[in-house]
Write a protein that binds this ligand. Structure first.
Ligand code: HEC
Ligand code: HEC
Ligand code: HEC
Ligand code: HEC
Length: 412
């Protein structure tokens, strides 16, 4: 065990000059204070590396090659992997922490010293470079970049903007605004058009072609748009409408902003659509148990006034969490794994140019709790399948850079 004093290392990115690897650029100074971190592989000597090479030839090369580059599906690239992480992994495999697999059997009988040295050897090699998708099966899977839900919703909504406004703010009398609607209500309304429970000749065919995912994406897109009142005329008497609306506030909110996803918000709604909806509840052509009684007995004048009142109220954005885009995820992952997955911390694995199929498998293993890491558990349990595939494809495409570590004198 080395001292408990903080260890200050400078990580230097290494370039592959014609004559071999040479430091090209100081990347970052890393201060390691974790007393328990075993850093021996990070400052191994040339002698250690030469001995590690012999271990590799005896115990590792038949699967990983002497160059540490993947030989096929299921085997990760290990060349240039960060030394302290590498050494830690060796211990985990040796102790059976990843279950019984080819790796644990390969390292079971190796001493800690041999594992440190073989880690230093492979860590010193030039890493894999990204393979253009499609040329090598499984390496950097040719996955078309999947859109995040909000962007996908925006794309689908392109066909709706002509009537509902580009961001769901109506400027055509009779067309409802879609901003400020809770996604649950939105999806329920679309399904009601689809299954005919809510009858509308225009919306029925439009809703028919949309999948459940399309509906969720659309709902999310509109829910995240900046709300504003419909840009359509509202000719009634808003003051008179306000008095009449007191009967409605229990369900729709005092100012037409509902807090219950089952009750639509009606603040800022187009007045002509509002009146048409109320008439439809009245005559039963829009059948709804909650709205039948409130709509009954209201005169056309009252409806117009209420429409004017609600149209004058400010719609609000419903409470929804904006999912992170792939770029935002990458930014978070890079905080520990380095810019584009080129870690500068000897304890954090590099991800750049790793095989996509391996990255996907590992991320799923963290998600299911099969592989445990305090740092990764917090990151991965909220990743969707599409995000896992997108992140794996992203890191597999990045240019990998190897790093050498230089120990600096400890700070005074
Ligand atoms: C029988 C084939 C085989 C042998 C021999 C073998 N490995 Fe592996 N290695 C694998 C496979 C397969 C995996 C992926 C296992 C997994 O998904 O957990 C792996 C994973 C690894 C990883 C994890 C990579 C990462 O980024 O976390 C490291 C490091 C590694 N091997 C190093 C070595 C070293 C060093 C040796 C020699 C001491 C060795 N392996 C011997 C097949 C082998
Ligand atoms: C040709 C014009 C038109 C197009 C295009 C259109 N809609 Fe509509 N939409 C309407 C009309 C008219 C209504 C009101 C129907 C009713 O009274 O039930 C409506 C109602 C709705 C409602 C119910 C609103 C509420 O407050 O209950 C939703 C949700 C909706 N449309 C979503 C969409 C989506 C999503 C698209 C694109 C896939 C779309 N619409 C395309 C005309 C259109
Ligand atoms: C008991 C709760 C309740 C009360 C009271 C109530 N509503 Fe509703 N309202 C609902 C529900 C639930 C819906 C959604 C029904 C559906 O899906 O068609 C709705 C729908 C609406 C809609 C259609 C919104 C849209 O986007 O299509 C309007 C307009 C409306 N209500 C106005 C009123 C007015 C005006 C009053 C008072 C006179 C009122 N409501 C009273 C529960 C209520
Ligand atoms: C707080 C720091 C931190 C963040 C943020 C983080 N990771 Fe990690 N990651 C780690 C550490 C530490 C390990 C090694 C854990 C272990 O030993 O299993 C790791 C391991 C991994 C591995 C396994 C590498 C291998 O070669 O086997 C992958 C893949 C990975 N992370 C991907 C990601 C992705 C994708 C993100 C963003 C969604 C992310 N990480 C965010 C710290 C982090």
């Amino acid at each position: 065990m080395r001292s408990v004093r903080p260890l200050v290392l400078t990580a230097l990115f290494v370039g592959s000059a014609a004559g071999g690897l040479s430091p090209v650029r100081a990347a970052e100074t890393v201060t390691i204070t974790a007393a328990g971190a075993d850093m021996r592989a990070a400052y191994a000597t040339a002698q250690d590396i030469a001995e590690g090479k012999r271990v590799a030839g005896n115990s590792c090369s038949k699967c990983h090659g002497m160059d540490g580059l993947s030989t096929g599906e299921g085997v990760p690239h290990i060349a240039g992997q960060r030394p302290a992480y590498f050494q830690l992994e060796m211990k985990v495999y040796k102790s059976g922490g990843r279950g019984d697999n080819p790796m644990s059997r390969a390292v079971k009988y190796l001493s800690d010293d041999a594992l440190m040295k073989v880690s230093a050897y492979y860590a010193s090699l030039e890493p894999a470079q990204p393979v253009p998708a499609r040329t090598v099966a499984g390496a950097g899977k040719a996955a078309p970049a999947k859109l995040d839900p909000v962007s996908a919703g925006k794309e689908t909504a392109a066909g709706c903007g002509g009537c509902h406004g580009e961001t769901g703010i109506s400027s055509m009398p009779g067309m409802p605004s879609l901003v400020g609607l809770d996604p649950k209500y939105f999806v329920a309304a679309m399904k009601a058009y689809k299954n005919g429970q809510r009858k509308d000749e225009i919306m029925k065919p439009l809703a028919a072609g949309l999948s459940e995912t399309d509906l969720n994406n659309l709902a999310l897109f509109y829910a995240l748009q900046k709300p504003a009142k419909a840009k359509t005329p509202a000719p009634g008497d808003a003051a008179a409408g306000k008095a009449a609306a007191s009967a409605c506030s229990g369900c729709h909110g005092e100012k037409g902003v509902s807090t219950n996803p089952a009750m639509p918000s009606i603040a800022g709604q187009d007045a002509q659509y509002f009146v048409a909806a109320m008439r439809a509840y009245k005559d039963g052509s829009r059948a709804d148990a909650s709205m039948k009684a409130p709509a009954a007995g209201l005169s056309d004048t009252t409806l117009r006034d209420m429409a004017a009142f609600y149209a004058s109220q400010e719609p609000q954005m419903p409470k929804v969490r904006k999912p992170l885009s792939l770029a935002e995820w990458e930014e978070r992952c890079d905080r520990c794994h380095g810019v584009n997955g080129n870690s500068t911390d000897p304890r954090s694995p590099a991800l750049a140019a790793q095989r996509a199929d391996y990255l996907e498998r590992v991320l799923r293993a963290y998600e299911k709790g099969e592989r445990k890491s305090a740092e990764m558990a917090a990151m991965s349990h909220v990743l969707t399948d599409a995000e896992i595939e997108g992140l794996a494809a992203f890191y597999a495409r990045q240019r990998a850079r190897s790093v050498v570590y230089v120990i600096l004198p400890p700070p005074k």
